[in-house]
Unconditional design. Structure first.
Length: 168
């Protein structure tokens, strides 16, 4: 049931992505998104609110806070967030909809997964993970907060350079 609900939210999010494309693409020039990124969404402002949980520079553009929270997060090359967990008493978690560039996603105890435009990552509540850009590429994804009860984020340790540098 939970997986069905998460897949439904992912489908709705892709529809929202398509609907927002025409509005957001006009904003792209204003925010100087690097040409190689070619994202349909504006990169937003420097992500100062969460900067202490990132290695490198990221940018945040909140697209929706009504019903489902959706934000475009843009990472410069080598930028990644710390290990973290999305907690919830019921439901919750996160969905990443990759919109531009190349990046990485990794769950604790598993191999890192390469990400590219069009990839979807469904992250259930309680899973320790990180995500960010490849060494040589900007990366952007929509971060969708899956509705749940008593949602919270727990920010943990940075992804060690030694581990990140092993990625191709």
């Amino acid at each position: 049931m939970l997986l069905h609900n998460i897949k439904s939210i992912a489908t709705v999010s892709f529809v929202a992505l398509c609907m927002l494309f025409s509005v957001s693409s006009a904003q792209a020039d204003e925010n100087k998104i690097p040409a190689e990124l070619n994202s349909p969404f504006a990169q937003g402002e420097p992500n100062t609110a969460y900067a202490k949980y990132f290695i490198g520079n990221s940018y945040l553009n909140r697209l929706s806070s009504e019903g489902v929270s959706i934000a475009n997060v843009t990472f410069e090359p080598r930028c990644r967030n710390n290990w973290h967990i999305h907690h919830a008493a019921q439901g919750g978690g996160q969905i990443l909809l990759c919109t531009a560039g190349r990046g990485w996603y990794q769950e604790w105890g598993k191999e890192a997964r390469a990400l590219k435009t069009g990839d979807v990552v469904i992250i259930p509540a309680g899973v320790k993970h990180w995500h960010g850009a490849a060494k040589d590429s900007w990366f952007a994804h929509l971060s969708v907060e899956v509705p749940g009860e008593k949602n919270s984020n727990e920010w943990l340790e940075p992804v060690a350079d030694e581990e990140y540098n092993k990625l191709p």
